[in-house]
Design a protein around this ligand. Structure first.
Ligand code: PRX
Length: 656
């Protein structure tokens, strides 16, 4: 992990190669600085120009930024557009037969879909949705495997102005239930099952479980895509309909619903510091603009590229750099249904070789696990098509960066380490590869028009070399608009009064700038963990644990992990006696499975420790700092005599 210590030791610097600079969309540092200067000189003119250059407007906007009611900013508000038109129709005139998606299934089957194919599929589903009574502003939950159909489902919603809310296929029925209710979903689009790494997981049955938990009367339609047809799925007509049946007769032309720039495109739930996930709401135009300019600037997109982002559409990365950004710029992209290690640990490298991928965007967790499984494996494949690599989701440690650079990119391909979040919609701090020199472990400099800074608890800039809160000082087009059904929480969580007087967007990360102004992300400042690049709230996991009848109290913390970045450790007090021997093993397994059921397998604690109590101050506050030290196996040097129950520390030290 990027500790200040490891950062200070990092002195390797990789300037862009002459070859790369010559062909780059933003070529040379001066070009980058000139864009930054334009943004600084006239912020609104800069963004207006970008919005005009990149987006197809049905009705042009006349007002760029409406900041009359901060932090509820509006961008390009009186303009009208359709996102699906921007991603599909506008490419039909000049490249209908260009392959938009090269899909590879878990089993290795390959399907090519051109822009024309994709357009037809989207129109058919959009018409079918309309026939089911869905209309602009309705919310549709999407719970799908990572296949072309997931993108079709999202685009079809965008085409009719429905607001989608994608739920990652690994989330449990309980998490799905919460999201269906919070969104007030009118329809759900799902599949019979998903297949990853040779394993089949039921999706439709999980949807039924979620619906049957009650309070889901808003859901009138469930559309089921038949992924494998290998199991008989529960089916309840007329609510449940098969995707292939309703789209078969539907027309392959569907007039897009023109919406205003601020019309919500989607909500996506993410974890915060309370037990309740937050429905991050994004706009249409501002969001699309962010994804498009970052495709051009950061991914240096060229029409000849084969772009591959390995993220699932259940996360923001899969929204911005699978479902929207690549299509909007007219790119050919790879979509892969499976996992990096099935049927062998060279699968990623094989796919790059087979499909001649030029731009490869993945997470440090994947890189670290692939190093472990076969550091020399990339040598067996021809990776010479690659020209750019990218990293996202968590800090990339310099060792993993160097391996990625040398073994995968053959010291030829720049690595763009992109810092951003569900809430920012698109890249914020990332190297523009033909302009900015790289330093392993640093996400380098903010994109033009993004006013990022590191400040103290009063909102004052800290000097370079000192850690502080990462903020963005000015509104930007792709930012979160509000939290679905919870504007107050939105204001409090992201625009706090103490830091920046309610004017700065507070990212929730701590960061540090080095002498040359490069940003280094240190980790979250709130109770959010980053496990294998997935965001999880400690409170969510604690609530899941205490919902188990055996559990009286629980505290969850993260500890550093070589592959996952962070691993979940739970300290648990049972209602019954302190468990011993076999009982302890049995209860540990039961609680881990319980969390998987309550939230999803990604939230399973790596380790559970039991105690008769937790270390608390005399006012009853759990001392998480001590728990963190215990989990890391560090010696406790601080005075614990003021604890209400100092003796408990010895018991909690025991790992088995
Ligand atoms: O802590 C930062 C980390 O991931 C968080 C955002 O998580 P999420 O909303 O799930 O979006 C992940 C994909 C954009 C951030 O607050 N993070 C993301 N990218 C990086 C990162 N930390 C360090 N370096 C990055 N490149």
């Amino acid at each position: 992990m990027s500790t200040i210590e490891s950062i200070l030791k990092e002195s390797r610097i990789f300037p862009p190669s002459t070859n790369f600079v010559q062909q780059a969309n933003v070529s040379g540092l001066e070009a980058y600085q000139s864009l930054c200067n334009q943004a600084e000189t006239d912020y609104q003119a800069f963004w207006a120009e970008q919005a005009k250059a990149h987006i197809h407007w049905h009705k042009p906007f006349t007002q760029t930024l409406d900041d009359s009611n901060p932090p509820f900013f509006k961008w390009f508000n009186d303009g009208e557009l359709n996102i699906s038109y921007n991603c599909l129709d506008r490419h039909l005139a000049h490249q209908p037969d260009k392959v938009a998606i090269i899909f590879e299934s878990d089993e290795g089957e390959v399907i090519h879909a051109t822009f024309r194919d994709l357009h037809q599929r989207v129109c058919k589903l959009a018409n079918a949705l309309k026939a089911k009574g869905l209309k602009k502003g309705d919310c549709v939950v999407i719970y799908m495997p990572m296949r072309i159909e997931a993108v079709v489902a999202m685009q079809a919603c965008a085409r009719i102005g429905a607001i989608h809310s994608v739920v990652f296929g690994g989330f449990s029925s309980k998490s799905l239930h919460e999201r269906i209710i919070n969104a007030g979903a009118k329809a759900i689009i799902t599949a019979d099952e998903q297949v990853r790494g040779g394993k089949h997981h039921a999706l439709k049955a999980t949807v039924d479980e979620a619906i049957n938990k009650g309070g889901t009367e808003t859901v009138k339609t469930v559309i089921v895509y038949q992924r494998s047809g290998s199991t008989k799925v529960p089916f309840e007509p007329p609510r449940d309909v098969w995707w292939h049946e309703i789209t078969q007769k539907a027309s392959s032309e569907c007039e897009p619903e023109w919406v205003t720039a601020e019309h919500p495109l989607f909500t996506l739930y993410t974890s915060g510091s309370t037990g309740k996930p937050k429905g991050v709401q994004h706009s249409s135009a501002g969001y699309l603009l962010g994804t498009m300019i970052s495709m051009q600037w950061v991914f240096d997109y060229k029409p000849s590229d084969i772009f591959w982002c390995t993220a699932d559409v259940g996360w923001i990365t899969g929204h911005s750099y699978v479902a929207y950004g690549p299509l909007a710029v007219g790119a050919t992209q790879v979509i892969f249904e499976g996992v990096p290690t099935f049927p062998h640990a060279g699968r990623f490298w094989e796919i790059i070789d087979k499909h001649q991928v030029t731009t490869f965007y993945t997470a440090p967790t994947a890189i670290r696990s692939l190093i472990k499984l076969g550091a020399d494996l990339p040598e067996k494949y021809n990776l010479s098509s690659l020209r750019l690599l990218g990293s996202v989701g968590e800090p990339i440690n310099p060792e993993a960066w160097m391996w990625f650079y040398e073994k995968v990119g053959h010291s030829r391909c720049p690595i763009v380490d992109t810092w951003w979040q569900t809430e920012t919609g698109s890249h914020m701090i990332a190297p523009i590869p033909g302009a900015v020199s790289l330093i392993p472990g640093s996400c380098t400099l903010p994109l033009p028009g993004i006013v990022a800074a590191v400040v103290d608890e009063t909102g004052q800039d800290v000097e370079n070399g000192k850690g502080g809160f990462l903020v963005i000082k000015k509104p930007f087009p792709s930012q979160i608009r509000t939290l679905w059904n919870d504007p107050e929480r939105f204001k409090k969580a992201y625009f706090p009064e103490d830091i920046g007087k309610g004017k700065y967007y507070l990212a929730g990360d701590s960061a540090y700038r080095d002498e040359q102004g490069y940003f280094w992300i240190m980790g979250r400042t709130d109770d959010v963990l980053n496990v294998s690049g997935h965001r999880l709230g400690t409170m969510e996991i604690e609530s899941a644990l205490v919902a188990n009848p055996l559990v009286a109290e629980a505290a969850v913390i993260g500890k550093p992990h070589d592959i996952k970045g962070e691993a979940i450790v739970a300290f648990v007090v049972l209602k019954g006696d302190y468990p011993q021997g076999d009982d302890k093993t049995r209860i540990t397994t039961e609680l881990r499975n319980w969390v998987a059921q309550e939230i999803g397998p990604i939230a399973k604690p790596e380790e559970i420790r039991f105690g008769e109590n937790l270390p608390k101050t005399r006012s009853g506050k759990i001392m998480r700092r001590l728990l963190r030290a215990l989990a890391k196996g560090e010696e406790i040097t601080q005075d614990i005599s003021t604890l209400e129950n100092p003796a408990i520390m010895d018991q909690l030290k025991q790992t088995n």
